[in-house]
Design a protein around this ligand. Structure first.
Ligand code: GLU
Length: 428
């Protein structure tokens, strides 16, 4: 049988596996393996050439037992109802494992952002709100950025919602630009959160952070700050980064055995995470094929791009030297690959724990919006570190006590918290 790479099948498969371990009742399983509400809608956009193009938009609210649902909006060509369902479900577990009082949701538009000019992008972004504004809100469902969306786009969305609501409503969306209701530290938050969980893992495994090397898939927001944090905060070396080259329509890796200068790489990267090949080569770096990042002899692998990248086929390319897999991306590992990782004893920091820093700082942003009082960057990152460290500790404790891998342990912590909220609200 060929393995499934459908993200929702993977999300449901992971859930079913732990539901069995926890011996959950049938109605609870039914409620949690499917989203509570789903929206699919058309967004007609007037293009700059005078014509109209119709896009499909999505929003899925998986569960809101613990509070308003929360999760990003992704603009990507491969967006479907199933990818959004999976990502919404993982948001529920993410907020629960990080112990923030929010549920899970996700949204998207099937589009390649890079093909739109600024005006078209603004109209599409405002159009998404036009369709969804009755069903989102600070006490209902709070979107945020994800792949292909930016703080500027969140700013437009907040403005559109505020106009329709008739009052300034910054708490309807997070990841806004700083100075327009955004939180300091939100840009770095997901990547730095990944680094905090790696730091805690290294401590647990008694490994010296300064001697560690890493290889990263992706060079978008999460990957950039995970790589920076890994070198600047932990003192490790990043030897390889892969990215999606928009002009050539293919993934490429850039590497240096001595280590890449991440701040320099950022300076030659555009807003879509596309690195300038020529400048990278001028700096003495080597360009390699897409999968090179995966087979490097490193201690830590950080997939920070899209779902399903580590599967039954690619997992065998991982070097014997790899000790830790830190999942910066959502759903990067299929169940077949996961079984191989467990067998090989690679310590996995599962996605919804590893990358919970973005959602957590989004929560801080909405708290600041409610108070209309803003924290310093140091304060935000300190609180983030505390939350991530605590979440890591809870999952590690569950893993040790129950004798299960970190992914199952994270699910156990998260599902336990959601079921408890559902019970207290009288849903069960
Ligand atoms: N899109 C991010 C994620 O997958 C952030 C979600 C949020 O901030 O609400 O975690």
């Amino acid at each position: 049988m060929t393995e499934t790479t459908n993200a929702f099948d993977i999300a449901q498969g992971q859930f079913d596996h732990v539901a069995e371990l926890l011996n959950l009742d049938q109605p609870v399983r039914e409620m949690l393996r499917w989203p509570t509400r789903e929206f699919k809608f058309q967004i007609p956009v007037r293009m700059s050439d005078g014509g109209t193009q119709v896009f499909f938009g999505y929003r899925v609210q998986h569960n809101d037992a613990r509070g308003p649902s929360k999760g990003g909006i992704r603009f990507h060509t491969s967006e479907t109802m199933d990818t959004v369902r999976a990502l919404a479900m993982w948001m529920t577990w993410k907020c629960a494992v990080a112990d923030i009082p929010l549920g899970g949701a996700k949204g998207g538009v099937a589009v390649d952002s890079a093909t739109l000019n600024r005006d078209e992008k603004e109209r599409l972004t405002r159009g998404w709100i036009g369709q969804m504004y009755r069903n989102i809100g600070p006490r209902l469902d709070v979107p945020a950025p994800d792949v292909g969306t930016s703080p500027q786009m969140m700013g437009w969305m907040m403005d559109e919602y505020s106009k329709l609501a008739g009052e300034y409503t910054p708490g309807v969306i997070t990841g806004k630009p700083v100075g327009s209701g955004g939180s300091k530290g939100r840009t770095e938050a997901t990547g730095y959160g990944v680094v905090y969980t790696i730091r805690e893992t290294l401590q647990h495994l008694k490994l010296d952070a300064g001697k560690m090397s890493a290889s990263v898939q992706g060079f978008g927001n999460v990957a950039q700050y995970a790589a920076r944090g890994f070198t600047e905060q932990l003192g490790g070396t990043v030897v390889c980064v892969s990215w999606w080259d928009n002009k050539e329509r293919r993934a490429i890796s850039v590497s240096s055995d001595k280590g890449l200068d991440i701040a320099f790489l950022q300076s030659i990267t555009d807003q879509y995470g596309d690195i300038d090949q020529e400048k990278a080569q001028e700096a003495g770096y080597k360009l390699e094929d897409a999968d090179a990042w995966l087979s490097k002899d490193v201690d830590v692998l950080i997939p920070a791009a899209l779902e399903g990248q580590l599967n039954g086929e690619t997992v065998h390319k991982i070097s014997d030297k790899v000790k830790i897999l830190a999942e910066g991306a959502n759903g990067p590992t299929t169940q077949e690959a996961d079984a191989v990782l467990n067998e090989r004893g690679i310590f996995t920091i599962p996605d919804f724990l590893c990358n919970a820093g973005g959602g957590t700082t989004s929560y801080f942003e909405s708290v600041q919006n409610d108070m209309n009082y803003y924290w310093s960057k140091g304060e935000v990152l300190e609180r983030l570190d505390f939350k991530m460290t605590e979440a890591h500790r809870r999952v590690l404790e569950m893993s040790t006590n129950e004798g299960v891998p970190m992914r199952d342990a994270a699910y156990m912590v998260a599902i336990g918290a959601v079921v408890e909220a559902m019970e207290m609200r009288g849903w069960l």
